[in-house]
Write a protein that binds this ligand. Structure first.
Ligand SMILES: [Fe+2]
Length: 144
């Protein structure tokens, strides 16, 4: 149990996005723990890689859905995604060059900017649009 436990109250009203967020919470938690426990470089490097790969897949899926529901904040949200990926890739570059001090910055960034500000802040803004689009669709199907 930690700060990064996903909870159903964080739902964005889409089961796949919730599943992605849940997986991201776990990845962030594993990486932060590895950093805290000062695991070897290779291990941390692999977790960092997985996080980046998973995130790219998730951001693309999320942007597709936002487009589908005509979410008005799409452009701004996409920009935030691009900035986050660029930031983590920059951390990764420093880490690969042997800069271990970057790990403290990574933990801080993942927990605050990413988990709290982005997933629990910015992502929540599209949740009502998803609710409307996807639960209305469900209702319509039920009526058929
Ligand atoms: Fe997002």
């Amino acid at each position: 149990m930690g700060l990064s436990d996903w909870s159903p109250k964080y739902t964005v009203n889409h089961p796949v996005m919730d599943e992605h967020h849940h997986a991201l919470f776990k990845l962030i938690d594993r990486l932060s723990e590895a950093i805290f426990e000062k695991k070897e470089n290779e291990f941390i490097g692999e977790l960092l890689n997985s996080l980046i790969e998973y995130t790219k897949m998730h951001f693309a899926a999320e942007e597709k859905l936002m487009l589908q529901v005509n979410y008005p904040g799409l452009l701004q949200h996409k920009e935030a995604h691009e900035k986050m990926v660029a930031q983590v890739q920059e951390y990764q570059r420093r880490f690969k060059e042997g800069d271990r001090t970057v790990t403290a910055e990574i933990s801080q960034f993942l927990m605050t900017d990413w988990l709290v500000k982005h997933i629990l802040g910015m992502d929540e803004l599209y949740a009502p649009y998803f609710k409307k689009a996807f639960s209305d669709a469900k209702d319509q199907n039920a009526k058929k």
